[in-house]
Design a protein around this ligand. Sequence first.
Ligand code: CAA
Length: 259
Amino acid sequence: SPKLEYLLTETRGRVAIVTLHRPKALNALCSELFYELNQVMKDYDNNKDIGAIVLTGSERAFAAGADIKQMKDRHFIENYTEDFLGHWTQITKVRKPIIAAVNGFALGGGCELAMMCDIIYAGDKAVFGQPEIKLGTIPGAGGTQRLVKAVGKSKAMEICLTGSVNLSAEEAERAGLVSRVFPADVLVDEAVKTAEKIANLSLPIVEMVKDSINTSFETPLSAGLNFERRLFQATFASQDQKEGMAAFAEKRKANFVHN
Ligand code: CAA
């Protein structure tokens, strides 16, 4: 695999751990970093031995946002013709579950990146915010969209309109942005534990759950319920549904073959 400049990668059993590693800039998301991230995520998505992915940063910062120094002199026409930040959406196409383990700052693009993941766990010192307005711009990768769905309109407005009202880990958990908070030093291990649990279930069925929940954001309820029911019906074409239900009836542990 190609040498990575801004990421560290590791696998533990069926779990891949991807660590944002640009310590000099609090993991600011320069375009090179994001290209590496897209490539690594795509490789793990296509790797049969991986069932779930944990994305983390350092104890000080998950990511402090898009790289302000790199983008400050850009112009509208190049942004438009190159679809600036358009490539950030690739990570949302990953079919396997991604757990964000957020310690420290998750600001601007960092908060948006965490929200592109499927589950967010936070370390107790994590800080979530959308400070773009203080730079004379607006969130460009989901801060005004996904955040509303996660915390509701009033909190999202307050966070994005002031740029300085941030959510602590505890507040983020209470608001529903984050599903659990852990002491910073055990956060990644806890995220890996959950990832292992998921990775030991049937991968195609896990992917159907992710697909179905994500569909709820894009469709009216009746269409979403139809989509869900069709996938539910389709699980009966899998070996793992036969195994899972037989194991229950026989009072033994299921042995999934990801098929
Ligand atoms: N881009 C580029 N460099 C950044 C950066 C960013 N987003 N965030 C931090 N850095 C750099 C700093 O410039 C500094 O570099 P130097 O040592 O070379 O000066 C280094 O990281 C350490 O940062 P600080 O010295 O500022 O650390 P601090 O502890 O005093 O402050 C902070 C931490 C409050 C997070 C502060 O760094 C900060 O406000 N960062 C910017 C946060 C921000 O505005 N993010 C939104 C970016 S725009 C965006 O993301 C658009 C989008 O929607 C996609």
